[in-house]
Ligand binder design. Structure first.
Ligand SMILES: [Zn+2]
Ligand SMILES: [Zn+2]
Length: 470
């Protein structure tokens, strides 16, 4: 079995080969810290956490670096709007995001570089690009000369004319070419700035990731990751900067996750259709979010809705059910050996699925298969080493997906505990309605509503949901 990964650069699935045997250098673009992170950010972090965990499970030593963009137009604008100090605001949201990462059971990175700590390195790289004629300065700003880079556009496969339409920025008059992008932005009145050979200013967005990769991982890395909304211009420009500087291929595999969608559109602050990580975790567990994301494929969009998350909550509970203790004391026999067989085939199937460009939904289906086998073995009174081994395997493979399988507290746990009783009340009410006992049926409905359980009568029967507390 070999691991195959889809590489955006070649648009193909390729066998995974590292630059250095047994070692993976991995860089993932992190957030711009100017607002509460939403579960779309969480999806990217969770996807690359899963990839990292699987690589480690497969025996690689992984060096994982992810950055914080802590100075940027968005931060400056938000700070001006709210009258805050931009650095304090960025620090606040950085700390908060780090807490979220741990709440979401995401393994800590080896390094979390921040733009504001890399300014000296960034200036040096821009100077080097200028010396090699890849960069030029105009009125205190510095731009990358796209025309000088022959293979510009190879990642996004955009023609330069299309690229121009995507990059026209006000206040960048004097560029040689509309497609050129800022490496250094001359300071405007009232903006945070650093001294540089071109006067006071701050770095452009794209240069920071090139420099952080170079500084923390070296000239060439194995995996560069991020959301597929970053392919152009961000990652295209990273490639242009890094490869023009070093003359070497920058990242071996470009890996991009799909977007989390709410009501059919990408979750984003500008559209306003977002669920913050805070509000998500008040209601649901990190495991449920992982199961939702891993039920699809990481490169495809994931649709977030009350229905899809409730389904994920139930699936998560089903996985957890596999860890309930045995009830009997039969250690051997037909049931025990068939449990052993399923344990082995589930492990094999799980790895095969993950080797196929991290096919997590197929991997999950092998975990469900194992849970079913454990449950029927338990019902048959099986305990002992095979039962133990099956549960250990479930725990281990779930752990590769970052699932803790611990009992959720809070509303998710409450809903799961209450579900059989709500179902019972709903069917009692249905029976009352059939006997035209309307007053009593309404009493049940109102009583449930008082506990935030909303009923809906449809031609196919009555459904219920927990009233949205967002
Ligand atoms: Zn980046
Ligand atoms: Zn190039």
């Amino acid at each position: 079995m070999t691991l195959n990964i889809y590489n955006t650069l070649t648009r193909r699935r390729e066998p995974f080969e590292t630059l250095e045997e047994g070692r993976v250098r991995m860089y993932v673009c992190g957030p711009t810290v100017y607002a509460d992170a939403h579960i779309g950010h969480a999806m990217s972090a969770i996807v690359f956490d899963m990839i990292r965990r699987y690589l480690e499970f497969a025996g690689y030593e992984v060096t994982y670096v992810t950055n914080f963009t802590d100075v940027d137009d968005k931060i400056i604008i938000r700070a001006q709007e709210t009258g805050q100090d931009p650095f304090e605001m960025a620090q606040y949201f950085t700390d908060k995001y780090l807490t979220h990462l741990s709440d979401l059971n995401i393994k800590p990175a080896d390094t979390y570089p921040r733009v504001t700590s890399e300014i000296t390195n960034i200036i040096r790289v821009i100077e080097d690009l200028g010396e090699a004629d890849y960069a030029y300065s105009v009125d205190g700003s510095v731009y990358f000369r796209v025309d000088r880079d022959d293979d510009y556009g190879k990642l996004s496969r955009r023609r330069q004319e299309d690229a121009i339409a995507g990059t026209r920025v006000a206040g960048e008059e004097g560029k040689e070419n509309e497609a050129d992008f800022a490496l250094w932005k001359g300071a405007k009145q009232g903006e945070p700035s650093w001294e540089s050979p071109w006067g006071p200013g701050r770095p452009g967005w794209h240069i920071e990731c090139s420099v952080m990769c170079l500084h923390h991982l070296g000239e060439m890395i194995d995996i560069h990751g991020g959301g597929n909304d970053l392919i152009f211009p961000h990652h295209e420009n990273e490639i242009a900067q890094s490869e023009s500087l070093t003359g070497k291929p920058f990242a071996r595999y470009w890996v991009h996750n799909g977007m989390l969608q709410l009501s059919g559109e990408k979750m984003s602050k500008s559209i306003g259709n977002l669920v913050t990580i805070d509000s998500f975790l008040r209601r649901y567990s990190a495991d449920a979010l992982r199961v939702l994301i891993f039920s699809g494929h990481y490169r495809k969009p994931v649709s977030y809705s009350d229905e899809s998350i409730e389904a994920a909550v139930r699936s998560t509970a089903r996985l957890r059910g596999g860890l309930r203790p045995p009830t009997g004391n039969v250690a051997v026999g037909e049931e025990a050996s068939s449990l052993r067989e399923v344990t082995e085939s589930a492990r094999g199937g799980f790895c095969q699925a993950m080797d196929d460009d991290f096919n997590t939904s197929a991997a999950l289906s092998h975990l469900f298969e194992l849970v079913r086998a454990i449950n029927s073995a338990r019902a048959a009174g099986i305990s002992g080493p095979f039962f133990q081994a099956a549960q250990d395997t479930l725990r281990e493979l779930a752990g590769v997906l970052g699932l803790s399988l611990t009992e959720p507290g809070g509303p998710e746990g409450d809903v799961l505990a209450a579900k059989p009783f709500i179902d019972l009340l709903v069917s009692v009410r249905t029976a009352m309605r059939e006997q035209k006992q309307w007053a009593m049926a309404d009493m049940v409905r109102d009583g449930l509503a008082a506990h935030s359980v909303q009923l809906e009568d449809t031609p196919n029967g009555t459904t219920w949901r927990i009233e949205d507390a967002r």
